[in-house]
Design a protein around this ligand. Structure first.
Ligand SMILES: *[C@@H]1O[C@H](CO)[C@@H](O)[C@H](O)[C@H]1NC(C)=O
Ligand SMILES: *[C@@H]1O[C@H](CO)[C@@H](O)[C@H](O)[C@H]1NC(C)=O
Ligand SMILES: *[C@@H]1O[C@H](CO)[C@@H](O)[C@H](O)[C@H]1NC(C)=O
Ligand SMILES: *[C@@H]1O[C@H](CO)[C@@H](O)[C@H](O)[C@H]1NC(C)=O
Ligand SMILES: *[C@@H]1O[C@H](CO)[C@@H](O)[C@H](O)[C@H]1NC(C)=O
Ligand SMILES: *[C@@H]1O[C@H](CO)[C@@H](O)[C@H](O)[C@H]1NC(C)=O
Ligand SMILES: *[C@@H]1O[C@H](CO)[C@@H](O)[C@H](O)[C@H]1NC(C)=O
Length: 277
């Protein structure tokens, strides 16, 4: 019995001492690549939890009520956490909006269920990248809808599994209560994101299986371990590096190479090389 317990302990410590979840690493851009990381974050903690994500206000989705609608969550909760008086006031274009939602395990992956009505000329990649901004993937949508992705008709109701995750036991033991699903944008890097959310940089890397020199891509999600609910003051300020000079830190983190491969009915490749150093 004691040996079995010891083995279990060894097994669990060797499995969970490093990465808690796998970063998609831009695989979400290639809809035929159905690696596990694109389908969702694996259930490796509690069956359900409260969770948060960031959305960027955009045309049509610029108020608590419209954002709550596509993300299937409570509009007044969005207003409350973002310090907005009512649910119809609009956020300035491209502002980070904090969204509280529930997260639960389904089919081995954590997700928050939302749904979306197909528009004219829609295809999965357009819906997940343009409307959902990368909070879900074409792979996860394809896996959870039985429609022919090449022939979507207007007004079809799609199941949209929004990515989310719950803290593992290892994270919980270090005081982590929530995993914020942060939408990476142009120019972001891990030190800046960690600073913004007052999270430990190494904990962010470990939580997403990212090494010190890893590159992150816009329209992917990064889990940020939080010890308390995120608050409005974390998101109102622009994400400026906090420190003596903008050029401080290792040069590798100021360099980002973003490669996007779009796949709709036809395939196109977009390569953006950003060199801020
Ligand atoms: C992934 O794709 C391969 C080939 O298209 C298929 O055989 C496999 O069942 C797919 N796996 C999942 C989890 O959808
Ligand atoms: C918000 O979205 C509506 C369309 O739903 C648009 O008419 C309006 O200009 C947008 N407001 C802002 C501040 O972007
Ligand atoms: C809104 O937030 C409250 C307090 O956190 C929570 O109890 C409630 O479940 C949330 N409502 C929805 C629909 O998520
Ligand atoms: C979410 O949707 C899946 C099917 O797509 C279902 O199995 C699961 O029970 C749903 N989760 C919740 C919390 O409703
Ligand atoms: C596409 O879907 C429509 C409506 O469901 C159907 O009438 C049509 O036959 C489909 N076309 C193809 C090529 O599958
Ligand atoms: C990523 O996860 C693998 C095991 O899944 C582990 O061996 C590796 O050390 C992890 N890398 C990082 C950078 O966390
Ligand atoms: C995803 O959407 C963004 C914003 O519209 C766009 O800049 C980017 O190129 C899209 N990604 C791909 C792979 O098409």
């Amino acid at each position: 019995m004691a040996i079995l317990f010891l083995l279990l302990l060894l097994f669990s410590s060797s499995c969970f001492c490093h990465a808690q979840q796998l970063y998609t690493n831009n695989k979400q851009n290639s809809c035929s690549d159905n690696s596990s990381s694109t389908l969702g974050y694996v259930c490796n903690g509690p069956q359900s939890c409260s969770s948060f994500l960031t959305f960027r206000s955009a045309a049509f989705y610029n108020s608590s009520v419209s954002i709550a609608y596509i993300l299937a969550t409570d509009a007044s909760n969005i207003s409350r956490i973002n310090g907005v008086d009512d649910v119809v006031s609009t956020f300035p274009d491209d502002q980070i909006v904090l969204v509280p939602l529930s997260c639960s395990c389904s089919g081995g992956f954590y997700q928050h269920n939302a749904s979306f009505n197909v528009r004219a000329n829609d295809y999965y990649f357009k819906i997940v990248n343009d409307t959902y901004q990368g909070l879900t993937t074409c792979q996860a949508v394809a896996a959870q809808n039985s429609y022919n992705p090449r022939n979507l008709s207007v007004y079809l109701r799609l199941n949209v599994p929004v990515r989310c995750a719950c803290p593992t036991a290892a994270q919980a033991s270090r005081g982590i209560r929530y995993l914020l699903n942060y939408l990476v944008t142009w120019g972001d890097d891990i030190p800046t994101i960690a600073t913004r959310f007052r999270a430990d940089e190494q904990a962010v890397r470990d939580g997403n299986n990212l090494s010190a020199d890893a590159v992150i891509f816009p329209f992917t999600t990064l889990l940020v371990p939080l010890t308390s609910e995120p608050t409005r003051d974390l998101i109102v300020t622009p994400s400026q590096p906090v420190g003596p000079t903008p050029e401080s830190g290792s040069s590798s983190t100021n360099k980002g190479v973003f490669i996007g491969v779009g796949s709709g009915v036809r395939c196109n490749v977009v390569i953006h090389v950003i060199d801020q150093s």
